[in-house]
Design a protein around this ligand. Sequence first.
Ligand SMILES: [Ca+2]
Length: 189
Amino acid sequence: MKRRYKFALVTMGFLISLLLGACHSNELSKPDNEAGLNGSFETTDSGYLVNWAFFPNPETNGLFQVSIDTTKAQEGRQSLQLYNNQSEKTVGFRSRRVVVEPSKTYKLSFAIQKNDGHLKVRRIVQDKSGTDNRRSEIIVDTSSTSSNWETFEETLAIAEGERHVVLIFLFDGPGRLWVDHVRVEEVIE
Ligand SMILES: [Ca+2]
């Protein structure tokens, strides 16, 4: 009886780890603790832009392509290019958690260019543990095409108990999107 119980526990543990592995593999991310936000998309490792998570995993999903475009840059030498080849399918990428401090004000900004497709950007503010979303809002919602860099900004005051900001870019196809110069900077008054 005891052995059977142990076997059931081990089996359950194995199934849970398989499930978690499956969820995790639906994203592509390469962490680099020294690269910070990597908001200018200048830091790569073996061809991957570090510290951004792309979903669904572009390596195992033909839905979209992630690349580095050295012919377009709003800042530095290159930008991120996303190509989503299917209509009404959403692909995207999210930042790592950026640490912010209560009672300070931050300016969030980024530049985009776009050919077709629909872009939404969701900004989430989390608690210290990073598990509780205190606020979650769509700060950009646009279908317009632009062949020049267009900058979006949000000024964000951080409340007590809030400690992280995460940006999630959601892109509905078909279309092509370029992003560069993503920043989260404290506003000094
Ligand atoms: Ca750049």
